[in-house]
Design a protein around this ligand. Sequence first.
Ligand code: PSU
Ligand code: MN
Length: 340
Amino acid sequence: MPYPHRVDGVLHIGSEVDDALASGTPVVALESTIFSELGLPEPANRECFERVQAAVRAAGAVPALCGVLDGRAVVGANRDQAERLFVGSVKLGARDLGPAVAAGLDVGVTTVSAAVTLAAASGVEVFATGGIGGVHRGADRTGDVSADLEALARHRVVVVSSGVKSFLDVALTLERLETLGVAVLGWRTDRLPAFYVRDCGLELTTVVDDGGEVAAAFRAAAALGHPGGMLVANPIPAGAQLDAEQVAEALDSVEAEARRDGVSGGDVTPAVLAALVEATGGAAVAANVALAESNAVVAAEIAAALAQFPGNSNELTTSAVVNPLKFGCGDGEPERDAQP
Ligand code: PSU
Ligand code: MN
């Protein structure tokens, strides 16, 4: 085994989050890519985090910022750890977590796919972000589909986002979510939001009006053996919405530029985000912060509702990940129940 000393303690749960989980206090997991310069320009990235975490707290929940620090996955970064994540520049998807931790990576920011994976492993059932990744335009040629979609299908976590950015193929993304068995619940809307605008014209089949409805649907799905999560689509607050045509124009030029520059793979999303901020004269930043904050409020309400329902679906995974040796994943013999 190349890194036996790292197998134990691969996941660190911050003490505030740990206490909250133990006492049944609602917790909302957060990704860190959005709060790094890969997601938002400085100083909006910090401001966004401040507002998101304050919104979670004001609604009576505990924020759990996720990332990788000093070769450990962290769920519930403290102040100093958060500061390090804000300046992080290594973007980690779900598949990167194992290699990053094993190699002792100093700072890695987690995307939705990685943070949702960590949330599930920690027993956190609700996650908030701005927008998730999805099927990129031209994916039939490039095959570029975000691992966020697969992670949603795989882990029992409620993800709150303002739909997906329209630089993605929004319709194909919605189709893929259906294929993957991920329910998309419109938060007080029957239209899929497209990040900067409240309505992308696509219809949603399920509308929810409060956290209790989401919690009931989520628990019911789990009780029926559904293995994955759900997406709650919360439109940007009406007053913060951008002009749909302006966004569409900006996106077309930004995308063409990225293609010309030969940007590919994990660099596509950060490159398009940065160019879009420039093309909209910063309006995209204010909108992004407003919607992230709104998603945090919704996520906290859902987490509070779930706390009223017994049966956290991620509890078992927690102990398996925190202490893999106990579960026979390390060098000892697997533990077995005594046979009658
Ligand atoms: N969409 C946004 N802002 C973001 C991201 C997506 O509007 O910051 C980030 C999230 O961390 C998301 C990731 O999980 O980009 C998706 O990257 P990719 O497309 O490479 O999977
Ligand atoms: Mn991609």
